[in-house]
Design a protein around this ligand. Sequence first.
Ligand code: MRU
Length: 370
Amino acid sequence: MIVQQKHFRTIWFKSSSSDTVCIIDQRPLPHQFIIEEIATINEMIIAIKEMHLRGAGLIGAAAGYGMYLAVLEAEKEKAFDISLQSSAKKLIDSRPTAVNLIWAVNRQLQAISKVSSVDEKKTVARNMAITIADEDAAFCKSIGEHGVKIIEAISHKKQGDTVNILTHCNAGWLAFVDYGSATAPIYEAFKRGVKIHVWVDETRPRNQGASLTAWELLNAGVPHTIIADNTGGHLMQHGMVDMVIVGADRVTRAGDAANKIGTYLKALAAKDNGIPFYVALPSSTFDWKITDGVKEIPIEERDAEEVKYITGLCNNELKKVLITPLNSNASNFGFDVTPARLIRGFITERGVCEATEQSIVSLFPEKVAK
Ligand code: MRU
């Protein structure tokens, strides 16, 4: 994405000879654009846990870079393998719902285990971190190319009239290495001149929609309107939404999709109003080992403070303010699961499929259950 006239990815090595990893600190956005430098595995774990960076694809890429930093750390220890395994576990435990994290850690562990000297392990881990990031960007680009056909078909049906797309949370450039998943078809449609408008759910409690998706769309010049989280149903009843596209943090092989809390309610409203509800994801977000999303996907519970306080700009300074009675209890479930029956289709890097195991594995035949 272009920010301040410069192309940025969301994670990169400071230079080809540097071990420092650069990320965009997402916490002060949209008000401040700050690049954070990460030099140790512990700093990377904190960045993931405390959401300096976030979003399934980017968490996966960060885990890839984190494992490279873990190798550098293990090199300093007497017991290389114990140190590496311990870092891998800490990374996996840093956030539970997005499966991309475990997927990237395991991919790194496998690659690192194939070579024996520490120097080789460093090279392999560094290359793998870059490969995971490059793949993420390429897959999101393909998601855009496949998904745009759905938007173009709706536009055609509406004889070129504006296509209104509702999205929840931030499954955008900031949630991946580049392009985003849910936003990739939107950016592609905009590029091709299709008339579009995006309804952006604010996405309480952390407001990833209002703060991040809106900022991205504004940067790209895509027409959009931020709405309070509970507005979608009303808009759908009044014909003001043509389709919903959301991202995902983990999708079962049967097509149940975990995404940011509130997604399920949007899917129910979409079903009730006959509006197509699509989930866009790279294959790294499928959890091929599970089928029942409600029972099997771990749902992160975060600090209740995120519900009770809100951060924003006041007199040009970022301020955190209490919006609830100080002594009320609050709970903060980060994600919910939308059952496959409510999903019209998945937009993946290999194409679009229905939300059934049969249709999903028709795109990914190597994952057919043996
Ligand atoms: O808690 P977050 O911000 O890391 O949640 C992830 C998300 O942004 C959403 O659930 C998103 O729609 C899917 S991530 C590609």
